[in-house]
Design a protein around this ligand. Structure first.
Ligand code: NAD
Ligand code: MG
Length: 290
């Protein structure tokens, strides 16, 4: 039985230090390596995916490359091995892979990452603001430290603004921005108070940016995943919690990164989603996104 058809939900208890590495996960996630079939839907597109080394970002990188796009991948230095594996998969699809490491909680790094991505790709058509951080905690708001708050808000919100600002001078008519929201924007867990609030803010910014950038022909959308099996989970959730991870969704299981990637392909495609902007597309296993 594959992970995708397993309806029992849950994974073996396990833990990693953040940001987490793919190779240490049991079972390994499915990024579409053996299943994603491209149909030339993104031929000639140049995409920058932050957090493209692993999880949802890796699945999007594979899908984009197989659809004909060239891909730049943002990631943290500690994730070099994951980034190289994603680059290998992108290149195996016949696409160009550009590695742009850097900690996006610094504004100057965001600018440098965009500059290096544009240099490597020869331009930019799609920005996927996918990098994100959370840390589950047992207690109340009184346990949220200034350091926690800085890391979560800077990774999820400040970096999104800085990456968007730095990218805009390169994004022309027909370009698009895809942000990554979460089911946490709609059904916040008390253990993820700060993280959930950033995802609600990302929804708000997505709608607002779509309104601002529409006249420049730039579409802005978001994908809101439900529980997805990625390194973020063993790195930031209590290990026992993984045993029932995803079991509370209507479909009764967690999703695989490969199952989320299609939404990003659709939203990036001007042919298919040319009139779609300001939308948050849920891929949640049945949890409501309204
Ligand atoms: P992941 O760990 O594979 O990806 C997150 C990536 O964010 C990391 O690979 C890392 O490269 C990047 N990142 C984190 N901090 C960074 C920093 N300071 N500078 C640069 N890059 C940084 O996990 P994922 O689950 O694929 O996460 C991707 C996105 O999906 C995140 O925005 C996350 O909030 C969102 N999301 C995940 C789930 C889920 O269940 N996995 C659910 C809803 C939303
Ligand atoms: Mg990673």
């Amino acid at each position: 039985m594959t992970a995708e058809s397993d309806s029992s939900g849950g994974f073996p208890a396990q833990h990693q230090q953040p940001p987490g590495l793919t190779g240490r996960m049991r079972p390994l996630p499915d990024h579409g390596e053996d299943s994603y079939v491209g149909h030339d839907r993104l031929t000639g597109v140049r995409a920058l995916i932050t957090g493209g080394d692993s999880g949802i970002g890796r699945a999007v990188a594979i899908a984009y490359a197989r659809e004909g796009a060239d891909v730049a991948i943002g990631y943290l230095d500690e994730e070099q091995e994951d980034a190289e594996e994603t680059a290998r998969l992108v290149e195996a699809a016949g696409a160009t892979a550009v590695l742009v490491p850097g900690d996006l909680t610094e504004e100057g790094t965001c600018r440098a990452v965009v500059r290096d991505a544009v240099r490597g790709l020869g331009g930019l058509d799609v920005l996927v603001n996918n990098a994100g951080f959370q840390m589950a905690r047992r207690g109340s708001i009184e346990d949220v430290t200034p350091e926690d708050l800085d890391r979560v808000l800077k990774t999820n919100l400040y970096a999104l603004v800085w990456m968007t600002q730095a990218s805009l001078e390169h994004l022309g008519y027909g370009a698009s921005i895809i942000n990554v929201s979460s089911i946490q924007a709609y059904q916040p867990s008390t253990s993820l108070l700060d993280y959930a609030s950033t995802k609600a803010a990302i929804n708000n910014m997505t709608v607002n940016l779509a309104a601002e950038l529409g006249e420049r022909g730039i579409r802005v959308n978001a994908v809101a995943p439900g529980p997805i099996w990625t390194p973020l989970q063993p790195a930031t959730q209590p290990s026992q919690k993984l045993e029932s991870f995803g079991a509370d969704t209507p479909l009764g299981r967690a999703g695989q990164p490969a199952e989320v990637a299609h939404a990003f392909v659709y939203l990036a495609s001007n042919h298919e989603a040319g009139y779609v902007s300001g939308t948050v597309l849920g891929v949640t296993g049945g949890k409501p996104v309204f």
